[in-house]
Ligand binder design. Structure first.
Ligand code: HEM
Length: 427
């Protein structure tokens, strides 16, 4: 018997999801928005699906904290994963958040991002050449492995100046660490996540040591910026005590430096891989929009925004209430965990006309794929550039690409993307 929207909403439990949900969570999100927009989960947390409620939470970081020490303690115990996640800027409030964010943001201004475009185009064209060569040999090409995942690793690797021949393990470490953020954590996933944090830390300790001995240009090398702390603006070295309100002279502790490097490498990887993979998949599912983009390549800017909206790479965000409050008319006690469903907000009909329809020219398109407020994605300019260059140039080169087998989605609620996207690029 098929479920009704009311029963879908009533039965929803983020900790008990099935493969149909992972494939297409949007009917469930629509049902929740309509019948239980502030849905109480069996564990006492609430799950938000309305655009307006989610934006209101993002805009009030004092009431809705990002600090995960309390939430992650029972999930991870005293483990490398716990230390990692509770030290990264995204899961902290000011002042740690402010200090780290300022350091990273300084190397990701529009000017810095524009300067990365030439290298990115070169890398993308190299990948397209290799894909064309495989296709001419009659081979099926996995667009995730051969294309989408190969781009962000290069860009983030460049940002931290990770030597090319040392980039091999980065994606595997990232996937293992991010996989452990799913709502349910199996012992196996926890074990892989912890091993990845340990290995990643060991690698970065060596890299930081080498960089201390031979610093890069703090203008563009994020690792050097983080090592120098606020030296670019104020002066200082890693390892000094931190405290106070996040003033310009404070510096990062050694573990803050390492964990935030790991976070940066992770934040820019899977999300951007999925933007590229989801975008290429969307165009196959909406052939008239594909033709439209081929005819009007200048629409690539709005097209990327639409891919981010309709198939948001990052579907869930989290906050915890610092005091008794309310959202959408529902009272919430202090210390209530709140899940923000970005994927649902981005298909809210109160905000977007025909929200389930891909419209590559959609304007305005005020999606929250990058969040909003003080934690809004620092890398969004870079992610947008990667999306535009990768999808735009792929389509120019292979306008007749098609699937050559089942597109397999990762069974994940938080990060929406594909494990494989087998394709015949030459049609
Ligand atoms: C399509 C690609 C991307 C998506 C969908 C995405 C999404 C997000 C979201 C939703 C947040 C907010 C988290 C929250 O408020 O709890 C965030 C934060 C962040 N992202 Fe991204 N991101 C992407 C790419 C990148 C890239 C390429 C980088 C780095 C170069 C990056 C670095 C960061 C950082 C450092 C934060 C933390 C910001 C803070 O806490 O102040 N992201 N991202």
């Amino acid at each position: 018997m098929s479920s009704t929207p009311a029963s879908l909403a009533a039965d929803f439990d983020l900790r008990r999801l099935d493969s149909a949900f992972y494939d297409d969570p949007f009917p469930t999100y629509h049902a929740l928005r309509e019948h239980a927009p502030v849905k109480r989960m069996p564990d006492g947390s609430v799950f938000l699906t309305r655009y307006a409620d989610i934006v209101a939470v993002y805009k009030d970081p004092k009431t809705f904290s990002s600090d995960k020490h309390e939430e992650f303690a029972p999930k991870y115990g005293r483990s490398p994963l716990y230390e990692h996640h509770t030290t990264s800027l995204v899961f902290n409030d000011p002042p740690l958040h402010t200090r780290v964010r300022r350091l990273i943001a300084g190397a990701l201004t529009p000017r810095h991002i524009a300067a990365m475009e030439e290298g990115l185009v070169h890398r993308v064209d190299g990948l397209l050449d290799a894909i064309e060569a495989s296709a001419r040999r009659g081979e099926t090409v996995d667009l995730i492995e051969s294309f989408a995942s190969a781009i962000p690793v290069e860009i983030i690797g460049n940002l931290l100046r990770v030597p090319h021949d040392e980039r091999g393990p980065l994606r595997g470490w990232s996937l293992a660490i991010l996989g452990a953020l799913e709502p349910v954590l199996s012992p196996d996933v926890a074990q892989r996540g912890n091993a990845a944090v340990r290995d990643f830390l060991a690698y970065l300790e060596g890299l930081v040591e080498r960089r201390r001995a031979a610093p890069g240009d703090p203008e563009t090398d994020v690792l050097t910026r983080l090592i120098l702390g606020e030296a670019v603006e104020g002066g200082g070295e890693v390892g000094d005590e931190v405290g106070g309100e996040g003033g310009a002279t404070e510096r990062l502790l050694a573990n803050e430096l390492l964990h935030n490097c790991i976070f940066l490498l992770n934040a820019g990887h899977e999300t951007t891989t999925n933007l590229i993979g989801n975008g290429l998949r969307c165009l196959l599912e909406w052939p008239e929009q594909k033709q439209r983009l081929i005819a009007q390549p200048e629409l690539i800017r709005t097209a990327v925004e639409e891919f981010l909206r309709i198939e948001s790479s990052n579907q869930l965000g989290n906050r915890i209430t610092t005091c008794a409050t309310g959202i959408g008319g529902v009272p919430l006690a202090a210390r209530t965990q709140v899940t923000l469903c970005i994927g649902a907000a981005n298909r809210d009909p109160a905000q977007f006309e025909n929200p389930d329809v891909l419209d590559i020219g959609r304007s305005p398109n005020r999606h929250v794929a990058f969040g909003s407020g003080i934690h809004q994605c620092v890398g969004m300019g870079l992610a947008r550039l990667e999306g535009r260059v990768a999808i735009g140039r792929f389509l120019q080169r292979f306008p007749n690409y098609r699937l050559a087998g089942p597109a397999v989605r990762a069974p994940r609620a938080r990060f929406r993307g594909h494990v494989t996207l087998p394709s015949r690029p030459l049609g």
